[in-house]
Design a protein around this ligand. Structure first.
Ligand SMILES: [Zn+2]
Length: 284
């Protein structure tokens, strides 16, 4: 079924128009991004994977815990919904882990599903005020909640993270992560901390994880990573000074690889895969 989609990075706004204000028209067909935990409900027809398109959720015999309006997709309203663990799967459909759908959904639909799962989780996790514990209310026309008791507002939250391809004499630095499952070698990556620029985070993470200094830090690209709420910001950089010395906690080993002796590399759905492809093309 998997079509091995080519990475294009055209982004989310190909056919999708965001909005927080639900349309006044009812009973018109809508796209439904329905999540049971991290699994998205999809319709599978003739090897084609689609997002359910219905007038109402009742037609699918589904009672959601909560729904959220997301805007319009190809001029049709578009909603996300959270359903309980015991929800039955409608005929001809399947609940599938969002990551596993990367090759099956078009890029903008996959990105929109990534937005939908983050809105669903944010809505679920912010039913009560984080400051005083009272029930929150949605703020009209915004993706935000306010506590009517103390006025505290909550917006959706992203956790920016950096990932860097570090080059020295035509070789790329790859590190073995202690908690990695499957693919042990990856690039140097980590979350941006308060007070840092993104470039500062590149410098600090590299120094912390492998003990070297980098220079000529250049922006490469970015990718929403909704597992659970990151934004990956990719850089390339050159080795400056220092000897590799791994931290022994997050990183247990690191070395410089040439193009011909690269370990198994990350799936191209991640921007890490694209960075490595960039390296392979630049240093043939
Ligand atoms: Zn409050």
């Amino acid at each position: 079924m998997s079509r091995e989609r080519k990475v294009s990075r055209k982004g989310i706004y190909n056919r999708y128009e965001p909005s927080n204000t639900p349309l006044n028209t009812y009973n018109i067909a809508a796209y439904w991004f329905i999540f049971r935990s991290n699994e998205l409900l999809v319709e599978i027809r003739d090897n084609d994977v689609r997002i359910p398109y219905n007038n109402k959720l009742e037609e699918l015999n589904i009672s959601p815990i909560r729904t959220q309006f997301l805007g319009k997709l190809k001029d049709n309203p578009c909603y996300s919904a959270e359903v309980g663990f015991k929800t039955n799967t409608p005929e001809g459909m399947e609940f599938k882990d969002l990551r596993s759908l990367y090759d099956d959904l078009e890029e903008d639909i996959f990105l929109l599903a990534g937005k939908a799962i983050q809105i669903v989780n944010w809505d679920k996790n912010h039913q009560y005020c984080g400051r005083c514990g009272n029930p929150t209310e949605n703020i009209k026309d915004e993706t935000a909640k306010i506590c009517p008791e103390c006025g505290f507002t909550s917006h959706t939250r992203l956790s920016p993270a950096v990932i860097t391809a570090i080059i020295k004499d035509g070789k790329i630095l790859m590190a073995k992560h202690s908690r990695a499952t499957g693919n042990p070698y990856g690039l140097i990556a980590g979350f941006v901390e308060p007070g840092e620029t993104i470039e500062d985070a590149v410098v600090r993470e590299t120094l912390e994880e492998v003990g070297i200094k980098v220079k000529n830090i250049k922006y490469f690209g970015s990718q929403p990573w909704p597992f659970p709420n990151s934004l990956m910001i990719a850089y390339t950089a050159e080795y400056d000074t220092g000897e590799i010395q791994v931290d022994g906690k997050e990183i247990i080993e690191a070395q410089w690889f040439t193009r011909s002796d690269l370990p198994r590399i990350p799936h191209k759905m991640s921007i890490a895969g694209e960075l490595i492809e960039w390296y392979i093309n630049k240093y043939p």
